[in-house]
Design a protein around this ligand. Structure first.
Ligand SMILES: CC(C)(COP(=O)(O)OP(=O)(O)OC[C@H]1O[C@@H](n2cnc3c(N)ncnc32)[C@H](O)[C@@H]1OP(=O)(O)O)[C@@H](O)C(=O)NCCC(=O)NCCS
Length: 274
């Protein structure tokens, strides 16, 4: 049985650090330490864990084991002199044997509800456009949109998931109280209503190409070609509004012009959601 709850205390934060090492394999220059998890929680961010309360690890005593977490940091955006709080979700991780059972989505849903309850209506995070699963989760399952591309955002990374490539990232924007996000979380993605003007493809083989030094040049070629396509599309005002998979498992970003801003920060909308 899996319980989702806020982390608290050194044991929980240590468990997050260990899971971080297990999932990304970071070296000490990139590892987020326990004290940063603790501070994130203290200063208005989030450290939310998924715990298996009956792990099949042979132990006779009742105990819980962390199997996933979502960590975010608080931020402020100032538009037209008005400062608004938001959350930057820095990490989402689920332990290998627990993936594809909906835990990633459950952690994001919990982040959203917690943010709204505290008067925060916007969340952002970066993700690697070559990671087909993450793009599918962020755009198709959660209803995030994307309009920014950041080449080599973090510089060189020791993450084993990066495959030695530049750390190019898309910026996911999640309007927590918007029709798009609510409809998507209810199981009816809003992307069908957009007129798609451009599609950008990521081949299913990208995972193998990134993982083998012999084929890494092919992964790099896709990254560089798609980087150009995204930058051109965003400079024309297009937004990633949808993501689909074809029969071969290739990932396809779908871009459209959004006619009106989707931001909804009004308090009455907040009341409606709660
Ligand atoms: C990304 C991650 C957190 C997702 O966790 P999860 O518990 O597996 O996610 P969920 O089960 O809620 O959702 C995953 C969805 O992707 C789908 N999926 C799985 N493999 C896929 C693939 N290769 N391509 C496309 N979609 C895929 C699943 O079917 C599921 O969708 P569905 O619910 O419609 O079936 C987890 O895979 C992970 O820890 N990855 C490594 C760290 C990472 O990349 N973190 C995110 C960036 S910070």
């Amino acid at each position: 049985m899996i319980t989702i709850r806020h982390c608290s205390g050194f044991d929980d934060f240590d468990a997050c650090v260990q899971l971080q090492i297990e999932v990304w394999g970071y070296d000490e220059t990139e590892l987020i330490p326990r004290k940063t998890f603790l501070l994130a929680q203290k200063i208005g961010g989030q450290v939310i864990g998924a715990f298996d309360t009956a792990p099949a690890d042979g132990s006779a005593e009742a105990h819980e084991v962390i199997v996933g977490f979502a960590m975010s940091l608080p931020g402020v955006k100032t538009t037209n002199g008005e400062a608004r709080p938001y959350l930057h979700s820095h990490m989402l991780a689920v332990r290998e044997g627990y993936r594809n059972c909906g835990l990633g989505v459950r952690l994001k849903r919990e982040q959203r509800l917690d943010a709204i309850a505290r008067g925060i209506f916007h969340m952002e995070w970066t993700f690697d456009p070559l990671e087909i699963k993450n793009a599918f989760l962020n755009i198709h399952r959660l209803g995030a949109v994307v309009r920014q591309y950041r080449p080599d955002f973090y510089g060189v990374s020791s993450s084993r998931l990066q495959g030695g490539l530049p750390t190019d990232r898309l910026m996911a924007e999640w309007e927590l109280v918007s029709h798009r996000v609510e409809a998507t979380l209810d199981g009816s993605p809003a992307e069908a209503h957009n007129r798609i003007e451009e599609r950008i493809l990521v081949p299913a083989a990208i995972y193998q190409w990134k993982a083998s030094s012999a084929n890494r040049d092919r992964a790099l070629a896709v990254q560089l070609e798609n980087r150009k396509k995204f930058q051109e599309a965003f400079s024309r005002g297009l937004t990633v509004v949808g993501y689909s998979l074809d029969a071969e498992g290739n990932g396809i970003f779908e871009l459209a012009s959004l006619s009106q801003p989707e931001q909804v920060f009004k308090s009455q909308e907040r009341e409606k959601t709660l």
